[in-house]
Structures are given as structure tokens and as C-alpha cells.
Design a protein around this ligand. Structure first.
Ligand SMILES: Cc1cc2nc3c(=O)[nH]c(=O)nc-3n(C[C@H](O)[C@H](O)[C@H](O)COP(=O)(O)OP(=O)(O)OC[C@H]3O[C@@H](n4cnc5c(N)ncnc54)[C@H](O)[C@@H]3O)c2cc1C
Length: 281
């Protein structure tokens, strides 16, 4: 029978993590539970669900921070998040359904680091940083782009836990766009997701972040496509050039949910729509 630890403080959780690198941290358990039927069980679990120190949402120093063990349900209830990062609220509203939203956590989505993790393109486009901690080595802030390192793989060390996710507040005039393409509006694994965050100065693109999921082994920012747009006037030719670059930058696959051809075409169409909206915003 697996050991089950329920630390009551972050310090105790980090000590447990360092003492038992073979134990699996769990939060809402909505991802971990699915693996119970077909994956080898760890020797023990470190339960983080409800751990107050890594729950909750706060604003400080030009950022909004969301504790790793904050449930989607709690994030959705927070007006601060909706007002500052509507794309995060929109993405969360389509995760699973209400039951999953009441258990699943933002930290769990990062822990699993799936190519179809819906919050990950949003966090990439918002330039989030992941605050991680170890009892021996202290804390570090990892830019989300460096935190996601490959297929279901993140940069978390064996003795670290995710503590919170920090997102910088965007300057006035920044627009945000999100779309999840799936078979339904709920309980649907994404065929593709895209998040665009951008700001114009007159007609010129002053800031642009474009991130996608389900088009490569891991959620990704398409930096070559961003480079085509950065500093350029946003008109039809620029948008077409960005769509061309996007088509060569992503490497979707055929699988049970969709085809590579469909994913590529939809990604380019969505980019065109978002950029046109940004231009007309
Ligand atoms: C029916 C169903 C529908 C779903 N629909 C969607 C969907 O639409 N979109 C989507 O993106 N996902 C979906 N999921 C997947 C899942 O709900 C999310 O990935 C969720 O965010 C996982 O959070 P959790 O707290 O349950 O993580 P857990 O299952 O508890 O943990 C997941 C992983 O993260 C690690 N982990 C958790 N917290 C921490 C921490 N603080 N520090 C270090 N590691 C940690 C765990 O060790 C584990 O590896 C669905 C799952 C189910 C069962």
C-alpha cells in the first residue's frame, strides 16, 4: 500500500519532497487518477490539495500571482484574473467541465505539461514565470518558455515543487485572444489551441506573443512568426507573411483527434483572424 503524506505547510511539503524523491506530489489528482489504471504506482504521494500557502490569487509589484494549488473554479471566481487576463479565464472555462474545474489546479496543468494542456499557451503568451522551490536550494523563478522543456516534460528538479505562477500586468492597449478548437465546448481534448497577446503603436506591432498547443510535442511560442510581425505595420501582406511562417514553424501530427493538415490550416486561419481583430481593435 502506497504511503500518503498530507503536509500542512509549504516547508513540510518541501521537506517531504526532498526526503522522498520517489513520492508523487498530487493536487487535484485529475491527471494522476487517470493513470492509475495503466501506470505503475509510486511508493507514496505528497498531497498538496488545499495547502493554504500555495493557494489563492494576489496582486503585487505589477504582477498577478496564482498559487499552484488554486483550483480552476477559484480562478474563475476571481475578478482580478478576469479583468487582467481574460484569456486565462476563457481557457479555464472550457477545461473539462465543472467537476474537473473544482478539483483541477493550475499547478497540476504545469506539472503534467501535456501538449494539450489548455492553460499552457495562455501562460506562454502572457510571459508568465513559474515560481518553484526546494527545501535545500531555495526558490527560483523560471520563465514559462524555459519551464516547458518537451513532451510532458518540465524543468522541475526532483526536489522541487511549483509554488505559484506570476504574470506581469500588460500595459494599456494590449489585446488578448484565445481559441480552443475541440469537438465540444466541454469535456473535450483540444485539437488545437492558440493564444495571441498583442499591442499596436498606431499601425505598427509594438508587442506580440503567439502561442499554440497541440501543434508540436509541447505547447510553444512561435518566435519566428512573432519576428515577422514585430515592429511592422499590420496590414494584409504582413498578416499573410506571418501565416506563411506559422505554417512552416509548427509541426502538428495526425492522431485520433485531428489531422496535421487540418491543424495547420486552422492555426493559420485563427492567426489571420486574431491579427485582423488586433488591427481593428
Ligand atoms: C475528465 C477530464 C477532463 C479534462 N479536461 C481537460 C481540459 O479540457 N484541458 C486540460 O488542459 N486538461 C484537462 N484535464 C486534465 C487535468 O484536469 C488538468 O491537467 C489539471 O490542471 C490537473 O491538475 P490537478 O491539480 O488535478 O493535477 P494532479 O493530477 O494532481 O497532478 C498532475 C501532475 O502535476 C504534478 N503536480 C501537481 N501539483 C504540483 C505542484 N504544486 N508542484 C509540483 N508538481 C505538481 C503532479 O505530480 C502530477 O505529475 C482533464 C482531466 C479529466 C480527468
Amino acid at each position: 500500500m502506497a504511503d500518503f503524506l498530507q503536509p500542512q505547510t509549504l516547508h513540510a511539503a518541501l521537506e517531504a519532497r526532498a526526503a522522498h524523491p520517489d513520492y508523487l506530489p498530487i493536487a487535484g489528482c485529475t491527471d494522476v487518477m487517470v493513470g492509475f489504471s495503466h501506470q505503475a504506482q509510486p511508493t507514496g504521494f505528497i498531497d498538496l490539495f488545499g495547502l493554504a500557502e500555495i493557494q489563492g490569487i494576489c496582486a503585487d509589484d505589477g504582477h498577478i500571482s496564482i498559487g499552484a494549488a488554486t483550483t480552476y473554479g477559484d480562478i474563475l471566481k476571481d475578478p482580478l484574473v478576469y479583468e487582467s487576463f481574460p484569456v486565462l479565464s476563457e481557457a479555464i472555462r472550457e477545461i473539462g467541465a465543472v467537476q474537473i474545474q473544482e478539483r483541477g489546479t493550475l499547478g497540476g496543468n504545469l506539472g503534467t505539461c501535456s501538449p494539450v494542456g489548455d492553460t499552457l499557451p495562455v501562460l506562454l503568451a502572457l510571459d508568465a514565470q513559474v515560481h518553484v522551490a526546494s527545501s535545500k536550494r531555495g526558490s527560483r523563478l523560471v520563465p514559462i518558455n524555459d519551464f516547458i522543456v518537451g513532451y510532458r516534460k518540465n524543468a522541475l528538479a526532483e526536489d522541487e515543487l511549483i509554488v505559484e505562477i506570476k504574470m506581469p500586468l500588460a500595459p494599456e492597449g494590449t489585446q488578448q485572444y484565445w481559441r480552443k478548437v475541440g469537438t465540444r465546448r466541454a469535456q473535450s481534448i483540444s485539437k488545437l489551441m492558440m493564444c495571441v497577446v498583442g499591442r499596436l503603436n498606431g499601425k505598427d506591432v509594438e508587442h506580440i506573443r503567439i502561442a499554440l498547443g497541440a501543434v508540436a510535442a509541447a505547447p510553444m511560442r512561435v518566435e519566428k512568426t512573432e519576428a515577422v510581425l514585430a515592429g511592422q505595420a499590420l496590414h494584409e501582406e504582413t498578416i499573410l507573411a506571418a501565416q506563411d511562417t506559422l505554417a512552416s514553424e509548427i509541426t502538428p501530427i495526425d492522431d485520433v483527434r485531428s489531422s496535421a493538415v487540418y491543424r495547420k490550416e486552422v492555426a493559420c486561419n485563427l492567426l489571420g483572424r486574431f491579427l485582423n481583430d488586433l488591427g481593428g481593435a
